[in-house]
Design a protein around this ligand. Structure first.
Ligand SMILES: [Zn+2]
Length: 136
């Protein structure tokens, strides 16, 4: 069993309609990644798609993956690619349920956004995850 220190929240920084298969193709073909970027991907209808089991290491935050679980929603930018929290109600609900479950499973883990790690220059996930999930 891996030690989990962080439950990391992401956005895909793509249009909300982007298909999970297209995101995975980008990782494999453009970035040449052998592992997915996230363990869970939540689409705009609130479906949670598991891309890797929790014992696997994913490519969410360079230098912080060994002890992290990564959760992402599809979206997070406006039409001009500027950061925007455009989660649907269904996405918010699924994300909250998933993060609650993970926090119960890994009570020592901290919930934070990708952007909350040092030296990260992205806006990902386009909202304050620490604040949103501070009650968990
Ligand atoms: Zn991210």
């Amino acid at each position: 069993m891996r030690r989990i220190d962080f439950i990391v929240i992401h956005c895909t920084a793509t249009p909300q309609d982007t298909r999970p298969a297209a995101i995975q193709q980008y990782w494999q073909q453009q970035l040449k990644w052998k592992s997915p970027g996230y363990h869970y991907l939540i689409d705009k209808f609130g479906a949670s798609i598991q891309l890797a089991t929790e014992d696997r290491i994913c490519n969410g935050v360079a230098g912080h993956n060994a002890h992290s679980i990564h959760v992402s929603y599809i979206g997070g930018v406006d039409a001009a690619n500027r950061p925007l929290d455009n989660r649907t109600d269904a996405q918010r609900k699924t994300m909250r349920e998933l993060v609650s479950r993970l926090k119960r499973q890994y009570p020592e883990a901290r919930v934070q956004g990708h952007r909350d790690f040092p030296f990260v220059k992205k806006a990902c996930p386009s909202f304050d995850a620490r604040k949103e999930f501070e009650d968990l």
